[in-house]
Every structure is written in structure tokens, then in C-alpha cells.
Design a protein around this ligand. Structure first.
Ligand code: RNT
Ligand code: ZN
Length: 416
């Protein structure tokens, strides 16, 4: 293996790529791992269904039912992934003591103390998401944009509680917390008032962000969406709305989820557009199949293109990267692992690209050579660099990591 890496390193060196440096860089870049792949976005604070226009399909056995099971499964997945991980939590994953309960507008840092202990033991930072769905206070499909003031107030208070919890995460872990606001508010059919809900949503986010917080510790973002299930005609938090909000409110980052656009739009092209104006942006990395299906992230063309845009614009420290998918039809631990490894591959591959050279070809209008080189690069021995990266990170490089999944399914998941 080492010999193969030595040969690969030499080949890359000839085109000006330092693979050792690529590996060192990637080791330090955090990627946020979403807790919600482990239990189909269920959480621990309610018994009701998943709402908000999102859906996890499939009924593969072995789903995590308790915080302990979710943490155990996540640990198994983490052990199979190279790189630096951050933990991404939703508010609905609050952990209550026996007989205790706090509604979403009243959750406190202490309800996440076990998650903090989990993250600290593994040297992970934590990102956070208020949960504006799967709750009986979602009224007529609306939360922060509701015309009902009591409903809106409840959800604003939820957002404020989450700002406080985010700051607690940052203080405890010593790593800033990215707090993402996404609501599923919208209408199934043609509304009579499109601006009213947006003005209420704007006011609601402003009230949430007015909750005192240290801007170096808490990084709020707003995530846009084009449509949801049952919310096909109108989404309050559309692309223009959220981008407009983030652009006009200092300290608020735009978050792009690559499942949230029309199928021929690509987030890889939007990343450099936003980087022209925003010091920092955030991403939800997913795989839309025909729609916002949230399939497991693969090492496919668009995933690679997104990673390239981050790397070649020197923006690894300006883009907060988080995975966001939930497939209930396959082994969930494997789903986590495949998705995380795919994004790591995409980043490493981008770091092993002679970006300066390619830019120079573009700027000197050598488009024929540019095409040739981009194509030839696809068959460079990237697998050997990946293997070396995994080796240095202490994880299995080839497909034999799946043996662990089979064993874990036999010994743990199948007994649930
Ligand atoms: C839904 C959004 C949102 C959720 C998570 C669970 O379409 O992508 O980010 O997937 O918050
Ligand atoms: Zn998302």
C-alpha cells in the first residue's frame, strides 16, 4: 500500500499537486454529521409523525430508539470515517430525565448535557437546529410565519431557547456552533397572500436573532427551500427570501441545501456566487433524486463539483459543511458511513487537483487543453491517496469496513 502511495504521490507531484499537503489539510477540516440519519428524523421529545413536508421512507430494521442506541450507532459509524467530525443535533433530540419534560419553547442547556459529554469525549464541536416540525404547535402547517400570534410566539421562543443552547455548546466545546433555521411553512395550493407570511417570518427571525449571543460563538443561518410534500405551491422561506435575509442581516449566514432547488440548478455554481458577498456560508450536503429525496451522499459528479468550488476558492474555512440525508430503507449506520466517506473523498479529490494550473489554462483561453486535462485527471490514482489518508486517520480504506457493519447488525441492530 505504501509503495502504491509513493507512486501516486510522484505522479501527482509531476502536475504540481502535493498529496501529503492535501492529506494534512483535510485532516483538520470539520464536517458536521447529522444525528437524524440514525432514527429517521424521529427525535426524543414527541411520539407523533415526522411533519414539515419532509419524509424518511423505508423500514429497515434496527432503528435507534433511545439516546443510548443512537449514540452507540453513531460511535460505530464514526469509527469507520476518516477526518474531523462535528456533531449536528436537532432540538427534538433533547434528552430528558425520567418523568421530566420541557416543551420546545422551554428547553434548556441541561437537556443537552449528555450530548455535550458525548461530543467532548470525542473532541467534536456541535452544530444545532431548532426543530420547527413534528409538533402539535405547528398550526395549519405554519410556525414562524403563522398569522396566529400565539403560535408564532411559541416558535420564536423556541428559536431563542436554541440560541442559548447553541452558545452553551460553543462554550462547552470551545468550537463555534452553527445554528440553522429551517421551517417547512408553506401552502399546498395557490395562496392569496405571498408577502404577508414572509414579512411575519422576517420579523420572527429578527426576534430570534435579537436573543443576546456572542457572534463569535453562535453562527445563525437560514436555509431556503423550493417546496415540500403537501407544500407544493408556495414556500415561505424561498431561495430569494432567505438569501435576501442573510444578505441584509449581519452575522446571519445563508445555508444552501443542494436538494432544495429546481433539478437542473446546481449548488456548485451557487457556492462561488455567494462567496463573492458572504464572508461565511453554510451547506447541507445531500443527494436529491428527482426531488428533495435526501438520498445518501455519493462520490458523484455534482458532489465532487461542490467540493472543488470550496477548495479552489480557498474557502474551506468559510464554508460550514454539514450532511443532511435520511434513508430508512438501508442499514442506517452504513448510510451514515457511506455519505460521510463520500464527502471526504470529494474534498480530498478536490485537494488533489492542480487548481492553479487549471485556472491558468482558463485565463489564457486554452480551453482545449483544459478539457483534456480535466478528463485525464479523472483517472489519476486517487484511490491510493485516499487509502493513505484513511491509513493515517486509522480507518479502513477499502470496502472491508463493511464487515464491521455486518457484524454490528448481527450483534446489535437485529436484537432491537
Ligand atoms: C428539510 C431541510 C432540513 C432538514 C433537517 C432535518 O428539507 O433540508 O435541513 O432536512 O433539518
Ligand atoms: Zn437541509
Amino acid at each position: 500500500m505504501m509503495e502504491r502511495y509513493a507512486l501516486a504521490k510522484e505522479m501527482y507531484a509531476k502536475i504540481g499537486v502535493d498529496t501529503d499537503a492535501a492529506i494534512e489539510t483535510l485532516k483538520k477540516i470539520p464536517v458536521s454529521l447529522h444525528c437524524w440519519q440514525g432514527d429517521d428524523v424521529t427525535g426524543f421529545d414527541h411520539d407523533g409523525p415526522l411533519t414539515g413536508g419532509i419524509q424518511a421512507t423505508g423500514d429497515y430494521p434496527g432503528k435507534a430508539r433511545t439516546p443510548e442506541e443512537l449514540m452507540q450507532d453513531m460511535d460505530k459509524a464514526l469509527s469507520l470515517m476518516p477526518g474531523t467530525k462535528k456533531l449536528n443535533l436537532h432540538a427534538s433530540y433533547a434528552i430528558f430525565e425520567e418523568g421530566e419534560f420541557a416543551d420546545r419553547d422551554a428547553i434548556e442547556p441541561k437537556h443537552f448535557a449528555k450530548w455535550v459529554a458525548f461530543a467532548k469525549e470525542r473532541n467534536m464541536g456541535i452544530d444545532f437546529n431548532p426543530t420547527f416540525f413534528s409538533h402539535d404547535k405547528v398550526k395549519d402547517g405554519l410556525t414562524l410565519s403563522s398569522p396566529d400570534e400565539e403560535t408564532r410566539r411559541f416558535w420564536i421562543n423556541h428559536g431563542k431557547a436554541c440560541i442559548r443552547i447553541s452558545e452553551y455548546f460553543a462554550k462547552e466545546t470551545g468550537i463555534p456552533c452553527v445554528m440553522n433555521i429551517w421551517i417547512g411553512d408553506g401552502y399546498k395550493d395557490i395562496p392569496a397572500d405571498r408577502m404577508g407570511p414572509r414579512m411575519r417570518y422576517k420579523d420572527s427571525i429578527e426576534q430570534i436573532l435579537a436573543e443576546p449571543h456572542d457572534k463569535n460563538l453562535v453562527k445563525p443561518c437560514v436555509e431556503s427551500k423550493v417546496f415540500g410534500i403537501g407544500v407544493e405551491s408556495y414556500t415561505v422561506g424561498s431561495a430569494e427570501f432567505t438569501l435576501g435575509f442573510a444578505s441584509s442581516h449581519e452575522g446571519c449566514l445563508p445555508l444552501m441545501d443542494n436538494g432544495h432547488y429546481h433539478p437542473t440548478e446546481v449548488v456548485s455554481d451557487k457556492i462561488p456566487a455567494l462567496l463573492c458577498y458572504h464572508p461565511e456560508i453554510a451547506l447541507h450536503i445531500t443527494r436529491p433524486v428527482r426531488w428533495d429525496s435526501d438520498h445518501v451522499v455519493l462520490f458523484d459528479d455534482e458532489t465532487r463539483e461542490m467540493a472543488k468550488e470550496i477548495v479552489r476558492n480557498d474557502a474551506l474555512n468559510r464554508v460550514h459543511m454539514a450532511l443532511d440525508y435520511f434513508d430508512a430503507s438501508i442499514n442506517r449506520v452504513s448510510a451514515w458511513t457511506v455519505g460521510f466517506r463520500s464527502w471526504q473523498k470529494a474534498l480530498l479529490s478536490a485537494l488533489c487537483t492542480p487548481n492553479a494550473k487549471l485556472k491558468e489554462l482558463q485565463d489564457t483561453n486554452q480551453m482545449t487543453k483544459l478539457m483534456m486535462m480535466q478528463e485525464e485527471l479523472k483517472l489519476y490514482p486517487f484511490g491510493d491517496v485516499w487509502a493513505e489518508y484513511c491509513r493515517q486517520c486509522g480507518v479502513v480504506a477499502d470496502m472491508s469496513w463493511f464487515d464491521e457493519i455486518v457484524k454490528y447488525e448481527e450483534e446489535v441492530l437485529s436484537k432491537r
